[in-house]
Write a protein that binds this ligand. Structure first.
Ligand SMILES: [Zn+2]
Length: 262
């Protein structure tokens, strides 16, 4: 276990929260235990570098995918990153597509969220009257950096999408999927909330980098989505996704011009 001094020496301003396929993303990872008022995070946080930039990495679902989406300790995760000095969070995620024209392999940088999760601890403000602005749930600065990086990587991301976040762990019925689509939903996922709002409450910049792995149940007449198909597509594009993230990290300015910290 790293003590407070060692931890200070490794403070990272930027964090990546993603699948375990990203462990080898860091050049010289050192695992640290972080305790939070909300219990332990999903796993030890890996601190290291990517192209010279200090970066923290946290596997959202823990070792061996031990936490399904509805059991991820979201508050502990965000609180742990904040304690390490993180100010910006990049969150790669697998999403289903609610649009026939966005097939598997499409990269998307969402700008809106419809939160249908329930029963998750989704705020740090459990007392008092605290209302936070969330009209624009994602940091415009980070979004722009990811979009530019995706263009540079010749895998241009879709700029803007409404992400519908469902409770899971089951996938949608065909009727639900059609409903979400009629609401203007573009992609669907189980982890983007409450992660994004907790980041906002902690005044951290946050952007989701979404990889379409499948068409959701109501979008295509084909066979409905399976977990195996999702993992397969995600695994096949993980290296490309890392390339986009690497390029993004290389362009992040020390003092972003956004209002996430206000
Ligand atoms: Zn920001």
């Amino acid at each position: 276990m790293a003590g407070p001094q060692e931890r200070d020496a490794h403070r990272a301003r930027v964090a990546v929260i993603g699948g375990s396929g990203f462990y080898e993303f860091l050049e010289d990872p050192e695992l640290v235990d972080v305790t939070t008022p909300y219990g332990p995070p999903s796993a030890q946080v890996a601190l290291g570098h990517v192209g010279g930039t200090p970066v923290a990495f946290l596997p959202r679902h823990g070792a061996g995918h031990r936490y399904p989406a509805h059991r991820v300790p979201y508050r502990a995760n965000m609180s742990a990153l904040k304690a390490l000095g993180v100010t910006s969070v990049l969150a790669p995620a697998a999403v289903g597509s609610l649009r026939p024209d966005w097939g598997p392999g499409t990269l998307v940088v969402p700008d809106q969220v419809i939160d249908l999760t329930r029963g998750r601890a989704s705020t740090f403000f459990d007392s008092g009257a605290n209302h936070i602005g969330f009209a624009d749930p994602y940091c415009p600065h980070l979004r722009g950096a990811v979009l530019a990086a995706s263009r540079a990587a010749s895998w241009e991301a879709r700029d803007g999408a409404t992400a519908v976040v469902i409770e899971g762990p089951r996938f949608s019925t065909r009727a639900e999927s059609r409903l979400y689509s009629s609401w203007g939903g573009d992609v669907i996922n189980m982890t983007m909330m409450p992660e994004a709002v907790l980041a906002r409450e902690l005044k951290m910049c946050y952007a989701s980098v979404a990889l379409v792995t499948d068409h959701d149940a109501g979008t295509s007449p084909e066979e409905a989505v399976t977990a195996e198909a999702v993992f397969e597509v995600f695994a096949s594009r993980t290296e490309d996704l890392k390339d986009v993230l690497r390029r993004t990290l290389g362009t992040l300015e020390a003092d972003p011009t956004c209002s996430c910290q206000d």
